[in-house]
Write a protein that binds this ligand. Structure first.
Ligand SMILES: Nc1ncnc2c1ncn2[C@@H]1O[C@H](COP(=O)(O)OP(=O)(O)O)[C@@H](O)[C@H]1O
Ligand SMILES: [Mg+2]
Length: 259
């Protein structure tokens, strides 16, 4: 068994009187995709922000590579290899894929005393890295804005991988996508996981989770009932946990049918 790269123990996060996380424990393991499910407001984003250095937990411990994790800023987490891809992606649509790929990490070339952005190197790397994920760009100058939503997600994921991510966190990467684009993103997640990267995949779609997940944790109002492994839980059970099974059963009863 592979050791977890991240262990969260009884993590709490309070915002004033709001308890966003009420004691959550979970492990994140290299080469596995850990799906975090739950309805809006369940605490999913808050949980990953405690991993990525955005928030400090109000209580509990997080271990990264076996040692207590102390990141004061998101950039420290990124440097340690924890990459987060948010839905808004932080890309500039009018700029080329290549420029976006290297944004903040511009490769420089020196000619005499003057440094230049090394376009050739950036372009070659971008084309190659995108090809690895099954995207054949028309050219490195193609603007990000001309890509589909799924392809943009893949640019962001490929970029994180190229710059050394060990843990890839995806916050609802499929929630705004159509069926075909969703399956492209799921295929990308599968490749990343098969390369030995630890993936945290947030979704409120049970089918998307079951398509790529190895582990499933359902958050409900900041708490979890635990983590299930692939094959240990049926789609129906997962859906019930998501919906707060009991509430749904009651509703079904009172409506006299299936919800
Ligand atoms: N910065 C914040 N300040 C105050 N309350 C917050 C903040 N972020 C999240 N919350 C609250 O914490 C709860 C969990 O939110 P969130 O983690 O965004 O849920 P999810 O991502 O599962 O939809 C919600 O009740 C939300 O309103
Ligand atoms: Mg969220």
């Amino acid at each position: 068994m592979t050791e977890p790269i991240i262990q969260m123990k009884n993590i709490e996060k309070h915002f004033g009187s709001v308890i966003a996380l009420g004691g959550v424990s979970l492990d994140i393991v290299p080469g596995e995709c850990h799906c975090l499910l739950g309805d809006n407001g369940a605490g999913k984003s808050t949980l990953i922000k405690t991993i990525s250095g955005v928030y400090k937990p109000s209580a509990g411990e997080i271990y990264f590579e076996g040692r207590p994790m102390r990141f004061d800023f998101p950039r420290e987490a990124i440097k340690a290899g924890i990459a987060t891809v948010y839905q808004d992606l932080a890309m500039i649509p009018l700029m080329s894929v290549s420029r976006n790929f290297f944004m903040g990490n511009e490769p420089m070339k020196k000619i005499g005393p003057i440094s230049f952005f090394d376009h050739r190197h950036a372009n070659e790397v971008t084309m190659e890295e995108m090809r690895k994920f099954g995207i054949n760009l028309r050219g490195p100058d193609q603007a990000v804005g001309t890509l589909s939503g799924g392809e943009r997600q893949t640019v962001a994921i490929a970029r994180a991988m190229y710059f050394g991510a060990k843990v890839l966190i995806l916050d609802e990467p499929t929630s705004a996508l159509g069926v075909r684009q969703t399956s492209n993103v799921l295929a990308t997640v599968d490749k990343v996981r098969n390369n030995g990267i630890a993936v945290v995949f947030i979704t409120h779609n049970v089918r998307h989770a079951l398509a790529v997940g190895d582990l499933f944790t359902v958050l409900n109002r900041g708490t979890t009932l635990g983590t299930a492994k692939r094959g240990e839980i049926s789609p129906e059970e997962l859906q019930d946990m998501m919906a707060g099974g009991q509430e749904l059963a009651t509703l079904e009863g009172s409506l006299g049918g299936t919800v």
